[in-house]
Design a protein around this ligand. Structure first.
Ligand code: PLP
Length: 503
């Protein structure tokens, strides 16, 4: 059951229908069957191979990279210098470059901030950390999330919410014009990455759980048994020991055992998992739309049941919206589209927040944030003035109505092009997953996903894989309609070749 609130991405049904009608009648594209960006040794300059061999000799071997060195980017396009090539980036640096590459506003804000102050540590206030927190909380209250129903009238003070270049000569407005400080209902802790945001969220839940247990039992918190977590199959929460313990994938976990004890693993959308949450659980962590694991969406009714059970046993519900949040589904949070009865206590974010500048964040209900006292958590870089100001700028741009109108249009076009693929290619494509600008094409044969990724790259388009058998699309949120059409033409051309046994 969806809430009565209609997110902007859902408002443009008429536009969506006309896009669908225009594109689905003509059958799959065969425009891009020829290889244009070959990767075989003979097609690439010998100097490139020598350069990569030299770099490989001293770089940790954690990625199987294709023989490409990107030297610049603009919008949704990336460029290599040797050979001189252009690629359409339909992956946005793994759901990061929401504003695309080399956005002029982003560059100007970065230059301005670096020219005044880049870092002075969290020992002191800086001009932007609190502004970013205020914007995150204010937008959450306005658009809905973290237990708040959407309230379009919610007033909050945001520094230059029009998204203009923030200058160093910013003047404080008349204090009398500011709303009286009132509890905002939520607080923000800023980190450097998604992994660290989840790590912090797990720590917050543990501390809160122990303290609640001590209050309830009258015994010292050190004796608390309320320390367990529930996570889910196919989840990806990061690679530090805590986040990795909540990432039940043998490929990532096995080499590093023993992990942190106390993590139980449930099945996504399985009501039996709800029963796994006991009085000993301090937290449950779940992605409303799993990204790395294969673009699996949680059922809203299942999330409501998880929420209810968490309330019964006093467990903190954490939504990892690191990949699916920050407008990727058309609203601030993926869960902004759910009823309050399916909202979490904590939301973690990263990726798009910095548009490529590393930053993560934890948005926490106020009563839980109160347990995170001075000295109980911290970071050198997280929320420094440069990161916070850039994220404030990015979030201001992403939340602008005109930006979201454009996003609704391009995601409608994407949906229209993806929808017929299972019927065009029934032997290859098993289904379409996700919503908004986090989408996947699932394959019957897992190897086909990797095969398609390479074929598309050899035709100048960058996709990603997810899980075992999915090609994933997480483009920039300001991508142009033409670029969406081009990416889908290349996708279809590759699928035609695969279907005809030519790949
Ligand atoms: C849902 C989710 N959580 C956590 C992470 C980890 O974030 P980071 O790589 O910034 O540490 C990722 C990264 O892909 C992710 O998709």
């Amino acid at each position: 059951m969806l809430s009565a609130y209609r997110p902007r991405a859902l408002v443009h049904a008429a536009a969506r229908l006309s896009v669908r009608a225009a594109s689905s009648s003509s059958g799959p594209s065969t425009k891009y069957t020829a290889v244009t960006h070959p990767e075989d040794a003979e097609s690439l300059p010998p100097t490139l191979h020598r350069q990569i061999t030299r770099l490989e000799s001293c770089t940790a071997n954690t990625y199987a990279r294709p023989p490409l060195i990107f030297t610049s980017g603009r919008g949704s396009h990336l460029y290599t210098a040797h050979p001189s090539r252009e690629y359409l980036d339909f992956s946005a640096g793994i759901a990061v470059n929401a504003l695309g590459h080399s956005d002029t506003g982003f560059i100007a804000v970065m230059a301005d901030q670096v020219g005044s102050l880049a870092h002075a540590s969290n020992v002191y206030w800086n001009e932007w950390v609190g502004e970013l927190a205020s914007l995150l909380v204010g937008l959450t209250r306005r658009e809905g999330g973290l237990g708040y129903a959407p309230d379009p009238e919610y007033k909050f003070f945001a520094r230059d919410s029009a998204g203009h270049l923030f200058t160093r000569t910013y003047m404080e407005p008349d204090p009398a014009a500011l709303p009286a400080p009132a509890p905002a209902g939520a607080k923000v802790f800023l980190s450097n990455s998604g992994t660290e945001a989840n790590e912090g969220a797990l720590k917050f839940a543990r501390k809160y759980g122990k303290e609640q247990w001590a209050k309830r039992t009258g015994r010292p918190w050190e004796e608390s048994t309320k320390t367990r977590f529930l996570c889910f199959e196919h989840a990806f929460h990061g690679r530090s020991m805590g986040a990795l313990s909540a990432t039940p994938n043998a490929k990532y976990q096995k080499p590093f055992t023993p992990l942190i004890p106390g993590f139980d693993v449930g099945k996504l959308n399985d009501m039996a998992a709800v029963e796994m949450i006991t009085e000993d659980h301090c937290g449950v962590i779940v992605e409303p739309i799993q990204g790395e694991g294969g673009i699996f969406e949680c059922d809203v009714a299942w999330l409501e049941a998880i929420r209810k059970r968490c309330d019964e046993v006093g467990a903190v519900l954490i939504y990892d919206e690191i990949q699916c949040g920050l407008y990727r589904t058309g609203t601030l949070w993926a869960h902004s589209q759910y009823p309050v009865s399916a909202h979490p206590d904590i939301v973690t974010m990263a990726k798009a927040l910095g548009n490529g500048y590393p930053i993560g964040g934890i948005l926490v209900k106020e009563h839980i944030a109160e347990t995170v006292t001075v000295g109980s958590h911290g970071t050198t870089f997280g929320g420094n003035v440069l990161a916070a100001r850039l994220a404030h700028y990015v979030l201001t741009r992403l939340s602008a109505p005109s930006f979201l109108d454009h996003l609704a249009l391009v995601t409608s076009s994407l949906s229209a092009r993806l929808a017929p693929l299972p019927s065009y290619f029934p032997k290859i494509v098993s289904g379409i997953r996700g919503r908004g600008a986090i989408r996947g094409v699932a394959f019957h044969t897992p190897e086909d996903a990797g095969k398609l990724l390479k074929m598309a790259r050899e035709r100048g388009v960058l996709f990603l894989t997810a899980g075992k058998d999915v090609v994933r699309f997480v483009p920039s949120l300001n991508i142009g309609l033409k670029d969406v059409e081009h990416a889908m033409d290349v996708l279809e051309s590759c699928l035609v070749l695969m279907q005809d046994g030519q790949a």
